[in-house]
Design a binder for this molecule. Sequence first.
Ligand code: PGA
Length: 253
Amino acid sequence: MRRPFVVGNWKMNGSSASLTDAAAIAAHARTQPSVDVALCPPATLLTRMVDAVAGLPVGGQDCHEAAKGAFTGSIAASMLRDAGATLVIVGHSERRTLLGESDGLVQAKAMAALDAGLSVILCVGEPLEVRDAGEAEAYVLAQLAGSLPRDLAAMTGGEAQLAIAYEPIWAIGTGRTPSLEDIAAIHGAIRASLGDSGAAMRLLYGGSVNASNAADILALPDVDGALVGGASLTLDAFAPIIDAAALAPVTSD
Ligand code: PGA
């Protein structure tokens, strides 16, 4: 069974004062035990957030592909784990686009994170011109094939430790979302492309998920959860999305 999974990506937002919001979100998450909820704060808040949320999984927003070394400003997956993180986002489009992260680099990061014992949320998604050209599905599947950890099938429990987030770049932070049919089509194509490994893997949708659209999106058959940016920063915005996930039909593998 793939449990619903709702992840808040705080991006470069939040300060010490936001730990109160995190604690409130965690308290709400405990009222919906059928939903897995996690928060990915900026690295500066990670350790304190782990303490503030009392058991809610906390994750990083990126990690370096190397185990350690002279990489000023970077954080290794093992360091995230040591700081109390249990998961990490890799390949977010803001890093792919703004920092030029390639599929190969994202793959290396995902493998390093799994090696360090973190769960991974691997992001893929097309830019608007690709969507407009009718090539979104081929683009996303190619991106996924290039970014997925190698030998996934050989990794013990690796599939369950990996979630894929489909986030069309043009939907992130814009208030625009693809049609439900388009989301369903891409998620179905991703699931099919994963073969046997896909059955246990959770596929999240991300991009302008909010209280109004969450229920419809989360009810789609191959959507197992949501990666939420702006609407994850406060309890008022995030709680309805967690509640919507609790009501969504659970898909068995
Ligand atoms: P958004 O961001 O919900 O603010 O659109 C989603 C994301 O980038 O993960």
